[in-house]
Design a protein. Structure first.
Length: 268
């Protein structure tokens, strides 16, 4: 992804006077730059108090002053935010190809303003993987079903990994790592036409994988396929290695790189 915004220029201003909210916004065409120091004409926002309550939940007063990308080549979008609370100094927050964790929610909030239509890339909001497989309980022994679930959610800012082994119990792990989640979801999103890059479901043998992808516009895609890592999207090994590193090297069938383990291998 080139960034959460498409190629566009917008200037948005909002002020509060006498408990009323006044807003103005305009699209800057071509090479037209927002005019610093020159206020936009503003009109009262009828639902201004509700709009401000949403702003409080965004917590932009806790944003750091400057956002820069981990990969310099991706610094393709610039933005500036001047933020002033009563009785406090004005803050000047800038970004170049990098954004706060809740940036998508912030743009959705701005798009509630009359005349605002700031376009975002239709990025992945969440992905949920469900793996089902039958494996030997012990070498040469009978097989038992196992289920592993891995979920990444951009808005909830959490990674959840559950592993259920019949007759042996369930493990549950949760990781609150907002910046890592954004990086992982964007890593998946770099594959063009991601929804079409999964192998077809063939027969009943072998591990089964279900993938649920939800994008920013609410579109949900459900993919069901055999779990053959070599046939998955091209950056799958990189994705697995990064998420396993973030999760402290946790093991599981989901994180294997080969196609199958041999019958003689005991489930771990």
């Amino acid at each position: 992804m080139g960034g959460p915004l498409t190629a566009d220029r917008w200037q948005v201003e909002a002020v509060v006077k006498d408990r009323k909210v006044y807003v103005g916004c305009r699209r800057c065409f071509a090479e037209q730059e927002p005019q610093d120091g020159q206020e936009l004409p503003k009109e009262e926002l009828p639902s201004g108090r509700r709009w401000l309550r949403k702003l409080e939940k965004l917590g932009i007063q806790r944003w750091r002053s400057r956002f820069v990308p981990e990969e310099p080549a991706r610094a393709d979008t610039q933005w500036t935010l001047l933020y002033k609370e009563e009785g406090k100094p004005q803050r000047h927050i800038t970004g170049r190809g990098a954004y706060p964790e809740n940036w998508a929610s912030f743009i959705d909030w701005l798009n509630e303003l009359p005349g605002a239509a700031i376009r975002q890339e239709n990025h992945i909001e969440s992905v949920r993987f469900s793996l089902y497989e039958e494996v030997p309980l012990k070498a040469g022994g009978r097989k038992i079903p196992i289920r592993e679930k891995l979920a990444l959610d951009r808005r909830r800012r959490v990674i959840i990994y559950n592993r259920h082994k019949q007759e042996l119990g369930t493990e549950r792990h949760a990781y609150e790592v907002p910046r890592a989640i954004i990086r992982l979801l964007d890593m998946l999103d770099r594959t063009q036409h991601l929804e079409d890059k999964w192998p077809a479901e063939r027969g009943e043998e072998g591990p089964k994988l279900e993938v649920r992808l939800t994008r920013h516009d609410g579109t949900e895609t459900v993919i069901r396929c055999r779990y053959v890592p070599a046939e998955l999207p091209e950056n799958w090994p990189e994705f697995l290695a990064e998420i396993q590193r973030i999760m402290g090297g946790i093991g599981g069938r989901f994180f294997r790189r080969d196609t199958y383990l041999s019958e003689s291998e005991v489930y771990r």
